[in-house]
Design a binder for this molecule. Structure first.
Ligand SMILES: C[S@@+](CC[C@H](N)C(=O)[O-])C[C@H]1O[C@@H](n2cnc3c(N)ncnc32)[C@H](O)[C@@H]1O
Length: 197
């Protein structure tokens, strides 16, 4: 099993619905902040469940959601089938878009799940899609000194703020006993120092 299989399966990264909801609400608010106003074509690459895509889509002409996991794409297609300015594309289809056609590309919490060589190739191809004034926004890059305890601490801090502490503790134990720990041990996460990135 690799990382994409993990995301394509039924994982328990979100410890409860409240966790899933507030994670995606915060990500979408951050994306909207960084769009700096109405934007043309926006791509959220490795978007995951993108629960608030309709909110983000109000700030752009068109929002393309792309994820490598077929199961996630199917879920997104069903969820957003009535949304006129949201499209769901595979990563391969994203690379077939016109060069220079994309105004903003978001890659949040994705690069850690692929080897550095693949990330370099991917970023090169995605950069070709950007308009001259287009922007590439990369987030949640894991620094080399990062530990699994930092992840646990971040979850507990969020759980404290959003009041789902008991479920967070149970979820951490569940994650510790799940495929996640094995995949993380086998495949690791690709880390980058800021200067290296
Ligand atoms: C941690 S989730 C991040 C989801 C969302 N961007 C967020 O910040 O909540 C990682 C996502 O990246 C996707 N992903 C992983 N490797 C990928 C790849 N090589 N190409 C496209 N998507 C990928 C996974 O399927 C998963 O949905």
């Amino acid at each position: 099993m690799n990382w994409l299989d993990f995301w394509n399966g039924s994982h328990s990264i979100y410890v409860c619905d409240k966790h899933r909801h507030c994670h995606h609400a915060r990500i979408s608010a951050d994306i909207i902040d960084r769009l700096h106003g109405p934007t043309g074509l926006v791509i959220d690459y490795g978007c995951g469940e993108a629960l608030f895509a309709q909110t983000v889509a109000k700030h752009c002409r068109k929002l393309i959601l792309s994820d490598g996991a077929p199961k996630i794409r199917q879920l997104l297609k069903e969820r957003y089938q009535g949304a006129s300015n949201i499209a769901v594309l595979s990563p391969e289809d994203v690379l077939r878009l016109d060069m220079g056609s994309v105004d903003c590309m978001i890659i949040h919490s994705v690069l850690q799940y692929m080897p550095q060589a693949d990330a370099e190739t991917l970023l090169g191809s995605l950069a070709d899609l950007l308009a001259p004034s287009g922007r590439l926004i990369i987030g949640d890059i894991i620094p080399p000194d990062h530990t699994i305890f930092a992840d646990a601490g971040a979850l507990l801090a969020l759980a404290w703020q959003e009041q789902f502490m008991t479920k967070a503790v149970i979820g951490l134990v569940r994650t510790f006993l799940s495929d996640y720990r094995k995949i993380r041990a086998d495949h690791g996460l690709t880390c980058y120092a800021q200067s290296e990135l």
